[in-house]
Design a binder for this molecule. Structure first.
Ligand SMILES: Nc1ncnc2c1ncn2[C@@H]1O[C@H](COP(=O)(O)OP(=O)(O)OP(=O)(O)O)[C@@H](O)[C@H]1O
Ligand code: SF4
Ligand SMILES: [Mg+2]
Length: 340
């Protein structure tokens, strides 16, 4: 197997929050002991509810924020500090695409100028080579050269996100972090942009960290998927395996609730309640207040993210047991759930 392009080990990111004038501070652990790797050309999807730490993970991976603990290795080297010359050079190899294409583009500049900008900033190629590359990139994201002369407000939402993609890809990055790249688009346009991302990924061999709360989209685009809950990875595996046989009760609930191709949501094991406040994490397994399978042990012991073979990892005390053998929750824990 080739060396991983990106290796993330024990990553944590906390924020100190002030609680009013005399309330002191509390610590929000947005990301807590997260480890994963991405091979060159591979897409790792990250899914989870709002607030599970997906975007924070993406920002720390790119070095936009420092980790509170742990390490990010890109091409086997520790990320240099944000703003340093080395980091700015490295950023040509690691690009990001956000949810809001209009916010990512400058309204005052034509699209082609903005697509070209990274080449100008990093002084890559001659003027003619840069123009040529802009034309190539616009065409590979499905935009005509004439669209390059227009301003962002003259484009549709889908065209804008294509322009953002062209700009992200123009420096031939090895890694693209996509944070909810299609969430702001109409559903019909979403499918086109996701298909485009799949094609670009296959053609250019760029690796991706693809962040979304939409399981349907993540499944379509990802080779592997990591499921996050309250700042931690609770399950990880090959995309098809994870959907065919989710192990963690949280993954099971997400998969059961998702409208996936070929089947309607079953509605079984639907998630109850909201994720807890990350500044006040439950004891033991942080999922236990919402878990229909919780047993007493779950309230006191943190489950480790253990390997189950075939690249699957899960953080659940009951992982690996046959589903029929799993109790549906102790009376005490069920009462705790109902009381919420
Ligand atoms: N700069 C910050 N200061 C304080 N808390 C933060 C900051 N950034 C993120 N958080 C908190 O960290 C947790 C994780 O946030 P994050 O944005 O990473 O989640 P997410 O999974 O991307 O959610 P969403 O799906 O809503 O985008 C949340 O509780 C959030 O409120
Ligand atoms: S450890 Fe317990 S509470 Fe946590 S997911 Fe597994 S069964 Fe549910
Ligand atoms: Mg986010």
């Amino acid at each position: 197997m080739s060396e991983p392009l990106l290796t993330v080990t024990g990553l944590a990111r906390s924020y100190e929050m002030h609680r009013g004038l005399f309330g002191g501070t509390s610590t929000v652990r947005a990301v807590d002991d997260v480890s994963f790797s991405i091979a060159p050309g591979e897409t790792l999807g990250i899914v989870g509810e709002s607030g599970s730490g997906k975007s924070t993970t993406g920002r720390v991976v790119l070095g936009l924020e420092p980790p509170s603990a742990g390490e990010v290795l890109f091409e086997s080297r520790v990320l240099p500090p944000k703003g340093s010359l080395e980091w700015r050079r490295l950023r040509t190899r690691m690009q990001i695409v956000f949810q809001d294409p209009l916010g990512a583009l400058d309204r005052r500049l034509p699209v082609a100028t903005q697509v070209r900008e990274p080449l100008d900033i990093h002084d890559i190629g001659t003027r003619a080579e840069r123009d040529e590359r802009v034309g190539e990139l616009l065409s590979s994201v499905g935009l005509s050269r004439s669209i390059g002369a227009r301003y962002p407000h003259e484009l549709s939402g889908g065209q804008r996100q294509r322009a953002v993609l062209a700009r992200a890809l123009i420096t031939r990055p090895a890694l693209l972090v996509c944070d909810e790249p299609v969430s702001a688009l109409d559903v019909s346009i979403q499918a086109q942009v996701v298909n485009l991302l799949c094609d670009l990924q296959a053609d250019l061999g760029v690796a991706m960290l693809f962040i979304s709360h939409d399981l349907r989209v993540v499944r379509q685009i990802s080779h592997r998927i990591a499921v996050m809950y309250l700042g931690r990875i609770v399950e990880e595996g090959e995309a098809d395996d994870l959907f065919a046989e989710p192990v963690h009760p949280y993954t099971r609930a997400l998969v059961a609730a998702a409208p996936l191709p070929g089947r309607k949501p079953t509605g079984q094991a639907m998630l109850q309640g909201e994720p807890p406040n990350p500044a006040n994490r439950p004891t033991g397994c942080v999922f236990h207040p919402r878990c229909a399978m919780a047993v007493d042990r779950c309230r006191s012991e943190v489950p480790a993210l253990a390997s189950l073979g075939n690249g699957r990892r899960a953080a659940c005390h009951l992982a690996g047991q046959p589903i029929d053998a799993i109790p549906t929750g102790s009376v005490a824990v069920q009462q705790e759930i109902l009381a919420k």
